[in-house]
Write a protein that binds this ligand. Sequence first.
Ligand SMILES: *Cc1c(COP(=O)(O)O)cnc(C)c1O
Length: 381
Amino acid sequence: MENKRMVMIPGPTPVVKSIQDQMGREVQAFGDPRFVADYKEVIHDLRTIVNCSGQVFCVAGTGTLAMEMAISNSTKRGDRVLLISHGFFGDRFIEICQNKERDLDVLKAEWGKIIPVSEIEEKLSTKKYAAVVVSHVDTATGVKAPIEEIGELMKKYPDTLYIVDGVAATMGEYTDFDGMNIDILFTASQKAFGVSPGLLMLWASKKAMDRREALGTISEYYCDFNKWLPIMLDPSKYFATPAVNLIWALKESIRIIKEEGPGARYERHLKNASAMQKALEALGFGLLAEAGHRAVTLSNIIYPEGINDADFRSTLMEEGIIVAGGLAAYAGKMFRIGHMGNIDINDEVAVLGVIERTLYKTAGIEKLGVGVAVYMKEMMK
Ligand SMILES: *Cc1c(COP(=O)(O)O)cnc(C)c1O
């Protein structure tokens, strides 16, 4: 019998049965009062779970569209943008900004490290920026940016918008939209919300909405805030067809989040990540992200000597888990594992067991039970 394959990449994350069931429902018309009420509830709850007093947009698309939406609705051609990049996904903004002819400055961190807030401060004090952009967690490096501290700093720059890519973070990492002074935050359904791919969620402060007003007409159509705003205020209206079943799936995901509580959800991710990371270190792996700046939503794991990446990951797959490979300079040297969303302690024990069997099978490293024991002891604390 073949082993089940658990999807442990950093998105899509595992989708629990009650969320899957929503996607199997018979579709309703988007104007059906029952669906309109559901959509309205989702829009309302999305704001409360991240503590956003501004506007939320929930639109069919992926995280990359949300990146484009954030830049397009907050800046115009020629505007100066400061990008703080902690890896591949941060770097994706370079092309987005260049294609849109923004005047871009980039602070690029060495992979695994953060850009110190003092360096950001120095940059902000020399020039005037329309927006500062940072990824909360960069999925390529497993680095978590100090978004709270950057948010504090942004208070000194009331004319600059603070944009946070929360795609691999929001609903796993601690997030307080208003409290962290964020102007635009976004994520996608397939990451820590634990829904299948296909929806983006974007939150905008009043300051961001005022900026959108000041821009006038923009060249983007589908991702224009102004096109979606009437629908967000009254979901019985039409602009483009909502992804009905995904909205239901998101509603169920939000129900799970509210039941657990966003704060408790973060604490669970924190405890789990710390235990996972200790277990992986006990198995001889390294972690790319420096201590103190590690994400709770995923780990970027460096192989010990003598492991062949392709063999290792294909054996992991046969044994039952799918992980992602390293990117750029870390291709072949690292694998990436997601541990965000609706996963539990039993899932993680299985994951560590698979990793231990794979170490044994591919490299003769006999550490069976070692990582599992460390993990369980940490989790019982
Ligand atoms: C996954 C991811 C994206 C891209 O999202 P897609 O849904 O794949 O378009 C952007 N930023 C970060 C930090 C991500 O993890």
